[in-house]
Design a protein around this ligand. Structure first.
Ligand SMILES: C[S@@+](CC[C@H](N)C(=O)[O-])C[C@H]1O[C@@H](n2cnc3c(N)ncnc32)[C@H](O)[C@@H]1O
Length: 321
């Protein structure tokens, strides 16, 4: 979907690199911990982020797991300071793998957040269909989002993120509502298992087989998450004009989701190159040129007629040999 030109932010030209309460978009090149120190207490309604996983990606050095967790705890304590009393944290994370052994990082981070008395509301499974093919274990096809709140009072706008019912025609078969439609007319709760394309451009694979590697949504970032993933959290856990913070914003997927829904956004990344791609994506968004999958769009299922979904002729008789 191509966005319509949006004019909600007339002051767009001025993305601020430092916190300034008169600006709606703050994009800081630098280290999260240092930047967080400059933010006032309790101003952020939602922290949504995918931190580095300590996998030795181009933007990180792999270190001992204990040290990695300790470094993150420093950042987490600052994040909790800047989080509003009715605010939420969505911590999107996968596994750390060393010598073929899997360390589920959400399990370790759960302990860290509990030290600060945060309350886990959901451990969301984000399931995706593509990824590395493992040889010595089952291929990993999910990551998790730990959704914590600071307190027992928090924002949760369920109706805005409801999804279509599988069987909308179902009716109550007993009780006072017998015979009436049994579901909610706005749709059903999306549950804690989310099937969202890992990378937006994968949807293009089936429809335009040659564009996968140069789909306009694809950037050079190795671990970009889909805008759609952040959108659902933002819509459910914040209201318009709230502050959203991504302390490891990469190429700005959560910022774009926030801007799209009229939230104020703050992003930090230590890599200048990702910061400039974020700026470019924001610019393209306001020009109506940024292509994004609409929230909730069905994932394309192959019909069986596409060449890529047919069994190669070389495999057809293998079982009989
Ligand atoms: C998993 S990626 C996040 C990708 C992002 N969700 C997106 O969609 O583009 C983690 C990011 O954290 C950044 N990073 C790592 N350590 C950092 C630090 N100490 N301060 C700020 N950014 C950091 C990396 O440059 C990387 O872009």
């Amino acid at each position: 979907m191509i966005q319509k030109k949006i004019t909600a932010f007339p002051e767009l030209g001025s993305i601020s690199a430092e916190f300034n309460e008169n600006k709606r978009i703050i994009l800081h090149p630098g280290l999260s911990y240092d930047f967080l120190k400059t933010l006032p207490d309790k101003i952020i309604r939602l922290i949504i982020t995918s931190p580095p996983y300590n996998l030795g990606k181009i933007y990180e050095n792999e270190i001992e797991l204990d040290k990695y967790l300790m470094e993150h705890e420093l950042v987490i304590s600052e994040l909790i300071r800047v989080l509003a009393d009715n605010g939420s944290i969505c911590w999107e994370i996968g596994n750390y793998v060393k010598d073929g052994e899997v360390y589920p990082l959400d399990v370790y981070f759960y302990e860290t957040f509990k030290k600060y008395n945060l309350k886990l509301r959901n451990r969301i499974i984000w399931h995706f269909g593509h990824g590395l093919h493992c040889k010595n274990r089952f291929s990993g096809r999910y990551e998790t989002i730990l959704w914590f709140t600071k307190n027992k009072d928090y924002i949760f706008n369920l109706d805005i993120v409801r999804v279509p019912h599988k069987y909308p025609g179902k009716r109550a078969y007993k009780g006072p509502n017998k015979g009436k439609p049994s579901g909610n007319p706005l749709g059903k709760n999306p549950s804690d298992v989310w099937k969202i394309l890992n990378k937006d451009w994968e949807s293009a694979f089936w429809e335009f087989p040659n564009v996968k590697s140069n789909h306009p949504e694809k950037t050079i970032h190795p671990c970009q998450f889909p805008v759609e993933l952040a959108e659902r959290c933002i819509l459910a856990l914040t209201n318009e004009n709230d502050y959203i913070l991504d302390p490891y914003c990469g190429v700005g997927s959560s910022l774009i989701a926030g801007i799209k829904h009229n939230r104020k956004v703050i992003g930090v990344d230590k890599e200048l190159e990702y910061i400039s791609i974020t700026k470019k994506r924001i610019e393209q968004f306001f020009q109506g040129k940024l292509k994004m999958r609409p929230l909730g769009k069905k994932i394309h299922k192959p019909t069986g007629r596409e060449k890529v979904s047919q069994i190669p002729k070389e495999w057809r008789n293998l079982k009989e040999k």
